[in-house]
Ligand binder design. Sequence first.
Ligand code: CA
Length: 444
Amino acid sequence: MTSIPNHTHDPRAVSWVASANDGTTDFPIQNLPFGVFRQAGAARPPTVGVAIGDHILDVAACSRAALFEGAAADAAAACRSSRLNELMALGPAAWSALRHAIFDLLRADHADADRHSEVVGPLLVPQAQAELFVPADVGDYTDFYASVFHATNVGRMMRPDNPLLPNYKYVPIGYHGRSSSILVSGAPIRRPWGQTRPEGVEVPLFGPSKRLDYELEVGAYVGVGNDLGSPVTLDDSDAHLFGLCLLNDWSARDMQAWEYQPLGPFLAKSFATTVSPWVVTMEALAPFRVAPFTRPDGDPAPLPYLDSAAHKAAGGIDVQLEVAVSSQRMRDEGMAAVRLSHSNLSQMYWTFGQMAAHHASNGCNLRPGDLLGSGTVSGPETDARGCLLELTWRGAEPVTLPTGERRAFLEDGDEVTLRGWCERDGAARIGFGECRGVVLPGST
Ligand code: CA
């Protein structure tokens, strides 16, 4: 487990990049998330950078300028790429060496800080002038279903007498998603067309989904893979994860309800998945490790391959999450987006460590850049329900927006923004940035 904080987490550390120190940024010097960017209008290919305050440090340019030594230099060389996969493949020691070297370059109290700001200053790009990309080539994308509150709510709508299937408390349930339609925050979403069978109708219809929904999720990128036939133990599984992002698993509920049996979601999910551009590393999250969700009395213990003392101590991660929505009319009238829900990753029944260990338990090989979705992050409270299906109870209890508009599901022009952050006493607050998408009308 990467759960022991070090000097790069010191809440007193500040950067000579002034915007990193204002207390409200998602990207103080204790965060240093990785992404792939290009200066708007630049002719060169996208490259790897690290967010610091309202800027991006061009790590590839730092590598070309020979600003790092040893293991950090090797890791920085892997950043001379338009994707994070090469860096992800190097493993935790290399990631950590690079993080510590970047921390030293950017910290205000370093003995060479004046020289650093002179040399490195020109290698910073304002985020406002940058175009951001899906940060990795995602070979395989697997979406889990790790919130027992989400699974119980959805199950209750489908099967009032038997909401939670008997496998749920033993198996981290997941399905294989589609990687080709993973989009970066800001990309618009086209309302999908598909088959639906409204109640009372015999022959299904084909047309634009009328029940388009978001799902508030966290994604985990695999760093180092495992060989085919070589499972990963629970205690090793964290070391195979590079870091976390925000993820919106856009879902067409009317298509899903008709197609999901017997093999699970297919076209109801594969039209779009949005990820946030910044990947917060597992090392950056070290101060926010917590015990996993406490199973209620009477629930079975996880099977031994999904249980360990280290996992019991710090297998969870305390990430606060929220969903905000604005309609076209709200934006036209200058209104801010309205928060619909607020939940926490630490409330998930299964942790990312368990999901990764389970995924590889049959010998399946995970590869650098593979993406694991947590499943909708819902909590026990009604305002902690991470999708409209739950919030409006399948449309029966619509939410009212500040304009008086009502929403059972998303309408064209609606914009959904996910945010995530970690904060606690004794640590610097770090954030994930945002994961945003606006719904456009479907096209035939
Ligand atoms: Ca999902």
